[in-house]
Design a protein around this ligand. Structure first.
Ligand code: MG
Length: 365
């Protein structure tokens, strides 16, 4: 099976409710879809969201990186040469991790199709059933409590609470949500770089003293503040997770060597795809650390790839944060992985199992 060409398309899925973090507010998923063509007629699917304030990738940069740098470098390559293809993708252009992720996802999809097995089996096996948490967007206290109670009704066992825009109000948000949900759900706090190291330690000490139990605190300080991450990790009993500080294998190794976090949040859009995600999971294993698998605002194309990867590394990836598809008003993908509330079920079809994608708007050029 040889790569012969590609198409690009835009896919728009409005969100059920706006997604709000300390960094941004988004009302729709509007991602670039990559269709990689082969001489056998098989198509590999990839997806990249614009995440300007996180990875720096925009619609324009994703399209250009794929069209002029990444895809021309791998056209003509044999799908069976998977490691040669992924290293070509990674060296075709610096940064542009979302575009690289889209290309790698499509190529891994094709590679598993060529082997006639689901991607997770090609990656090492595991269970096809996963359970995701749900994000509670940053909002007024009452709205966040109501959203949390609704999520419990929908069967979610873990909620990821977005805070980070006002520490006094954030503490009130957490206390109120904990009071109303205590014992029924696990809480992860995602600060999205909104606090200082000293503020974080004080806030967690106050919360711990008042009996609030959190499963994790995620990325409390700025991405490049590794000293701050280390300061916090060494002073609080709540496990600390690195997200924006942990894009690549070198950063993950430094964080774990310095004991600057307990857990790593792996996202394919940060790592530039599956090959580096595997490297990070292996580094975490060497350090005895666990990982979360996360996603950006993505549909079930790229989130499905993340789920397959997580299933194959279930001993390391103990936290699943793949709620992108359920935040959308509809699932544009036919076939493959199903996303039903907290339940993710991987399909048995070859590769990602995608048969068709609705509402694709092809990009000319
Ligand atoms: Mg995060």
């Amino acid at each position: 099976m040889k790569i012969t060409g590609f198409k690009l398309a835009k896919l728009c899925v409005p969100l059920i409710t706006p997604f709000k973090t300390a960094l941004r507010t988004v009302t729709k998923i509007e991602d670039i879809i990559l269709l990689v063509e082969t001489d056998t007629g098989n198509i590999g699917y990839g997806e990249a969201p614009p995440t300007a304030v996180i990875t720096g990738d925009t619609h324009g940069s994703i399209i250009d990186a794929l069209r002029y740098h990444i895809m021309p470098a791998i056209i003509g390559m044999e799908v069976s040469d998977l490691s040669a293809i992924t290293s070509t993708i990674q060296s075709a252009i610096v940064h542009n991790t979302n575009a690289k992720a889209a290309a790698e996802i499509a190529v891994y999809d094709l590679s598993a199709q060529a082997q006639n097995q689901p991607l997770y089996k090609m990656l090492g096996g595991g269970s096809p059933a996963l359970s995701t948490d749900l994000t509670i967007s940053l909002d007024g206290v009452d709205k966040m409590v109501a959203d949390s109670l609704l999520a419990i009704k929908q069967g979610y066992k873990t909620l990821k609470i977005k805070v980070g825009n006002n520490i006094e109000l954030d503490i009130k948000r957490i206390r109120e949500i904990y009071k109303h949900t205590k014992g029924r759900v696990g809480l992860i706090l995602d600060v999205n770089q909104g606090w200082s190291a000293e503020q974080t330690v004080k806030a967690l000490e106050a919360l711990e003293a008042s009996g609030v139990k959190l499963d994790l605190i995620e990325q409390p300080v700025k991405a490049d503040d590794i000293d701050g991450m280390q300061f916090i990790t060494q002073r609080v009993s709540t496990p600390v997770m690195a997200d924006e500080s942990a894009f690549n294998a070198a950063q993950v190794r430094e964080l774990l060597e310095r004991k600057a976090c307990d857990i790593i949040n792996i996202k394919l859009m940060k790592t530039g795809g599956i090959s580096n995600a595997i490297k990070i999971a292996n580094i975490a294993e060497d350090f005895g650390a666990k990982c979360m698998i996360g996603c950006m605002l993505e549909t079930s194309i790229s989130v499905s790839a993340a789920a397959h990867f997580a299933a194959a590394h279930a001993d390391i990836i103990t936290h699943i944060d793949l709620d992108g598809p359920v935040l959308g008003t509809f699932d544009p993908v036919e076939g493959g992985t199903t996303f039903n509330g907290p339940k993710i079920t991987l399909g048995d079809g070859p590769g990602l199992g995608i048969r068709a994608i609705k509402n694709l708007q092809y990009i000319e050029g």
